[in-house]
Design a protein around this ligand. Structure first.
Ligand code: NDP
Length: 517
């Protein structure tokens, strides 16, 4: 909700969706404010780059200590603007600490200048090096489901790379991002991290000013960000929506599958891009699996936590989100599905009962559209082939899970799934391993975050530098004025090194032209 105060300045009122109380307010940054923030970041960035990865490591380590020392108050802020359960909130600072540890330790090695050996004879006279220089200002745009963690996913490797960062959090949950910037200022770090608050227009203004955009959010907004980036010819990486399938095979440990799928589908009230949103179960174990899953889900406690962790499932972030969940459930039930567990709002705030839908088919909105809520539609399949075909029948391809006692079979199936990550007998585990890439296929994204070294090099421009290794002559063989014999010799050397087969190992340009194809 926007309020206007002191002349024309506009503010957003931030509300706790669990009880609708106002918990804060932030300014709506105009495009002029955003441009001014980017200019200031640009000025500070060159010194940040100059201190090198080891210099930056010291600041990132201090931030790590700050996050640890302030974890409880960060949890309070996250809870206040999302209404999530205390346990769900507590993942946010702790995974951030792990991210800070990983990127600050690894950055010096990942960003080190790389010396390469020449691939052919002409390069042997040169010293060949690749240097990595950051994009000066990286813009990070984040959604509302993890207000502290989603920003740090990308802000930390970008800072470690030597970039300055302008962070635009969702209008729904800007307070935790401001906490992050507060921590950065409190440790006395260089002014290379700023937050811009506001609506979509503020995000668009950020895209207009920065040098690289890391966007996390819906596919629709991602598409418009990509178009805007293309207009400016700046690079971008998009982490978008998902509709992750789980495949439960007849040989699975059904207790583990039912526990893992309940958590993987309902953690954070299902508001996770990689939530399990569709479950395909092989016929012979369908009834047994559904009974176990229903027992688990029916036991979950839904409600508003304080600092004391009493509940498993918290509120949805907005009433709009609750309405999407309700629509998907209603449309499924109207088309013949059954809400075996849950199926309705609790009547308090934005809370929605954890829900299992059975009798579902592939045409329903609960299977085709991203729900982003606490629902688990379960589908009976004949066999492995049908499960793979239905899992791949989606415009999304973020991640997937396969549940089986035969790990070889699990990996074989994983390689047939069109998804950026597949976890066998687990949910989300790729996300806790920063050595792996996290990226969506199809409409789930472009590019990836993390993946070890590539997760930091994405924020860098590569610079190739060649230096002579041997004393140089007045001119090279291929320079002006052309001397055909010298050019023929130079090209002949390339040909001798690169051509395959005796018939093609001729020498000089004339022979090349006369060669029959
Ligand atoms: P949105 O796409 O609506 O918003 C994402 C961010 O983009 C918000 O900060 C939003 O600001 C901003 N924004 C809106 N319009 C523009 C614009 N024209 N230019 C630049 N920025 C803009 O997503 P939600 O916040 O609703 O988040 C839910 C979505 O995020 C789901 O689809 C989910 O799957 C996806 N997601 C993907 C993840 C991944 O890693 N693949 C992880 C987490 C979520 P404002 O809110 O102020 O409008």
């Amino acid at each position: 909700m926007t309020i206007t105060e002191s002349g024309s300045a506009q503010f957003i009122q931030v509300r706790n969706p669990a009880d609708d109380t106002v918990v804060g307010r932030v300014p709506v940054d105009t495009s002029e404010t955003v441009a001014a923030k980017v200019r200031a970041l640009r000025r500070a960035q060159s010194q940040w780059e100059a201190i090198g990865a080891k210099g930056r490591k010291r600041w990132l380590s201090r931030l790590q200590d700050w996050v640890l020392d302030n974890a409880e108050s960060i949890n309070d802020v996250v809870q206040s603007e999302t209404g999530k359960s205390r346990v769900d909130a507590s993942f946010e600072p702790m995974v951030t600490v792990d991210l800070l540890n990983y990127w600050s330790r690894k950055a010096p090695k990942f960003l080190a200048d790389r010396r390469s050996r020449a691939h052919g004879p002409l390069g042997m006279a040169k010293r060949l090096e690749t240097f990595y220089r950051p994009y000066p200002v990286v813009g990070v745009i984040t959604p509302w489901n993890f207000p502290f963690l989603a920003p740090t996913f990308d802000v930390i490797p970008a800072l470690a790379a030597g970039a300055a960062v302008l962070l635009k959090p969702s209008e729904v949950t800007p307070l935790a991002a401001i906490e992050l910037a507060r921590g950065w200022a409190e440790i006395g770090a260089p002014p290379v991290l700023e937050v811009a608050t506001g609506y979509g227009e503020t995000g668009a203004a950020l895209v207009d000013s920065v040098d690289y955009v890391q966007f996390t959010g819906s596919t629709a907004t991602g598409r418009s960000v990509a178009q805007q980036c293309a207009g400016r010819l700046i690079p971008y990486s998009l982490e978008l929506g998902g509709k992750d399938p789980a495949i439960v095979l007849a040989d699975a440990d059904l207790d583990r599958a039912a526990n893992g799928i309940a958590w993987g589908g309902l953690f954070n009230a299902g508001q996770v891009c990689i939530s399990i949103e569709r479950v395909y179960v092989e016929e012979p174990v369908y009834d047994e699996f559904v009974a176990k899953l229903a027992r688990n889900v029916a036991e979950l406690r839904v409600g508003q936590d304080t600092r004391e962790a009493k509940f498993d499932v918290g509120a949805l972030a907005t009433t709009a989100q609750r309405e999407i969940v309700q629509r998907h459930v209603d449309e499924a039930v109207a088309a013949g599905a059954t809400a075996l567990v849950g199926g309705a709002p609790t009547g308090v705030g934005t809370f929605f009962e954890p829900t299992i839908l059975t009798g579902v088919d592939q045409s329903m909105s609960c299977i085709r559209e991203e729900t982003f809520g606490p629902t688990l539609p379960v589908v009976r399949v004949r066999d492995e082939q049908e499960a793979i075909a239905l899992a791949n029948d989606s415009r999304y391809g973020l991640s997937a899970t396969v549940w089986t006692r035969d790990k070889g079979r699990g990996r074989r199936i994983a390689r047939q799934l069109d998804a950026g990550a597949v976890n066998i007998n687990d949910a989300f585990s790729n996300v806790f391993n920063f050595v792996l890439p996290m990226g969506g296929w199809k409409e789930s994204g472009i590019g990836a975050r993390w993946g070890g070294q590539s997760g930091i090099l994405k924020y860098c421009r590569q610079q190739a530098i060649t230096t002579p290794r041997i004393p140089t002559q007045e001119r090279e063989l291929i320079w002006y004025p052309y001397a055909p014999s010298k050019v023929r010799f130079a090209l002949g050397v390339i040909r001798a090194a690169a051509a395959k087969g005796r018939r093609r190992l001729g020498v000089g340009p004339r022979r090349v032209a006369n060669d029959a194809p």
